[in-house]
Design a protein around this ligand. Structure first.
Ligand code: SAM
Length: 249
């Protein structure tokens, strides 16, 4: 994916690290709720394994298996994570081997029905599905907006769709999980509105560096505007990122 986006690897890893900070508390809450201390957790589309690495810090007895289609990003996953290069839609793993399957900002980039069917297959009975964060760009808010926010956001959404992502997947996670046979135990919001001011302009730059890959021209205008607003009175963004906890009955 980073390949198709032509994002320099260091920027890509940097972005993944920033993105996973957002959902840290949600992931902690969900793993606490399922109470899993030992056993097997599989993350399809794990990237550089940011979420699994966090999990192993507090639950070192777990076996963490990270699966990604991109061997380059997977190579950056820390030791302690078992790495498998494979598509989320066809996991080279046996039936009923996992206690939990985690997706984190990845369902929007894969075929969600096939990936969830695979998650269901590899989960043990009563195993958990954790969708720790799936964004919904269609519900995005930016304030103040450059006057044509709808155009900016819709260009970003079209750019994501051009590289085979589903920008509005967040709102559909409930129907997708239950369609795959999971009992949905809980859904909620993993993100909060974010305010950018003079003190965090570098973070704003990272965010737009990522967006730049999807629609360079409109992103440049949008970023200039957001930066000026941040320096003046502050710039606010809210990208809804949904979570879901499910169970294989
Ligand atoms: C936005 S990144 C998220 C990575 C990681 N889950 C995280 O939160 O840091 C999406 C990841 O999905 C991977 N990916 C895209 N299509 C895939 C597929 N069909 N099967 C497995 N992984 C895929 C990409 O290579 C990328 O590493």
């Amino acid at each position: 994916m980073a390949d198709s986006l032509q994002l320099p690897p260091e920027h890509w890893l940097d972005f993944l690290a920033c993105q996973s900070e957002q959902t840290y508390n949600t992931r902690r809450y969900l793993f606490r709720r399922i109470g899993l201390r030992s056993g097997v957790v599989v993350e399809p589309g794990c990237g550089a394994g940011a979420a699994l690495a966090d999990l192993l810090k507090t639950r070192p007895e777990l076996t963490a298996i990270g699966v990604d289609i991109d061997p380059t990003v997977l190579r950056a996953a820390p030791e302690g994570i078992e790495r498998i290069v494979a598509p989320a839609e066809k996991l080279p793993l046996a039936d009923s081997i996992a206690d939990a399957v985690l997706f984190h900002f990845s369902l929007m980039w894969v075929n969600p029905r096939q990936a969830l069917a695979e998650a269901f297959r590899i989960l043990k009975p009563r195993g958990h599905l954790i969708l720790a964060g799936e964004p919904d760009y269609g519900g995005m808010l930016s304030h103040p907006d450059p006057g044509d926010k709808k155009t900016m956001v819709s260009k970003l959404r079209r750019g994501i769709a051009r590289v085979n992502g589903d920008p509005d997947l967040g709102r559909r996670i409930g129907e997708l999980a239950s369609g795959a046979g999971f009992e949905v135990l809980e859904t909620g919001m993993a993100s909060k509105p974010r305010r950018y001011g003079k003190e965090n302009l570098e973070e704003l730059a990272k965010l737009f560096r990522f967006r730049q890959m999807f629609h360079p021209r409109s992103t440049t205008i949008w970023e200039r505007f957001a930066r000026k607003s941040a320096q003046r009175n502050g710039y606010l963004e809210f990208l809804p990122v949904f979570y879901l906890l499910g169970k294989k009955a």
